[in-house]
Design a protein around this ligand. Sequence first.
Ligand SMILES: [Fe+2]
Length: 428
Amino acid sequence: MTSTTAAARESLPMQAQYDLLRRYVEVRTQTLKLAEPLSPEDQMVQSMPEASPTKWHLAHTTWFFETFILASHMRDYVPFDASYKFLFNSYYKQLGRHPDRAIRSVFSRPELYEILRYRNHVDSCMQKLFEDEVPAELLQMLELGLNHEQQHQELIVTDIKHAFWTNPLRPNYQPAQIKAFDSLIEPLSWIAFEEDVHEVGHDGYSFAFDNELPRHRTYIKSFRLASRLVTNAEYLEFMDDGGYMRPELWLSDAWDHINANGWTAPLYWEHEDDAWYVFTSRGRLPLNPNEPVCHVSFYEADAYARWAGARLPTEFEWEVAASTVKIRGNLLENEAFHPCPAHADTNLQQIFGDVWEWTASPYVAYPGYRPSAGPVGEYNGKFMCNQMVLRGGSCATPASHLRATYRNFFPPQARWQFSGIRLADDNT
Ligand SMILES: [Fe+2]
């Protein structure tokens, strides 16, 4: 589950436990802040099976702490409502049955008011439990629960964006103004990396998900990585060159998928009166040519890279490059909830934030990977099939949630996350 070593945890002073508890309050408050602009009706909408209602996210993140910490470790803990154990279980089969994820929008009961009371109940019990020193395993579970909730914070933003896109009225999630951006960006350049045997994966001295472990060595041939993300203007060139109509550019599954679904542009793009518009968290805006292209699937990212005479980076090429870059950028705390044009402040721009970057790597276990024992072992490992790895975080990812070794994963056709493209190339 987490990588923090037992030895390191044994010497953890109470101050560190209090710090973690303070972080608990911050994370839980941030989740409520994201739900603040939404009415109870908004918080019930589920516009597709892959997305969940905000209300469900509020309840399920609470369920995680209740199930994996309070129910098993707090003496005399009384559940807020016994039916929630089933109702807000997402996919943990070892805990018993759970509702089909496609019907989460029918949960008009419990009402939002009850879910907020549920959150308060669990929060006060958590405060009580962590007042006194607890075993190291419990702190690890707390850290996992916080990171789990941060993952759902990002999903709140992306799921409500899709819900509002589906609503014919196209409401705004956030107020309409957007932060000013520079209108000019640097031409794309290439950063070269020499061949070598590199250490990849997490070193185990702080929190990481189990799928980032174990750290291991891997050979990487010399390669080049693009200095910034692919822009809307560059993606439009691909479209204008018949990108979506040329089978030679697409993988077989991809070609079938774009034709079966009538895809001719990224998600949220609309063409009207000879101009392109894009639906954002702040309503519909004219397409900014300098912003990174966003809401593309792996299929589209791969086809674009082929058209551009390049390829997508492997997840390890990306990690080696990112390990030299500070974690900063257009992240959740910026409250833009939309990718911004690149700033030429570093050689490698936009590595963290803006959009998750599709890699050429399938989501599989690292050599020696072992999922945690028990139900929580279902967190990551059982999804290691038919998904691709994305790296770097997005404009909806909290800064404290990210690291260079972080592996996100989605099916190749998914595009409702803030996902985009960075090119790579062989350095021959
Ligand atoms: Fe979850």
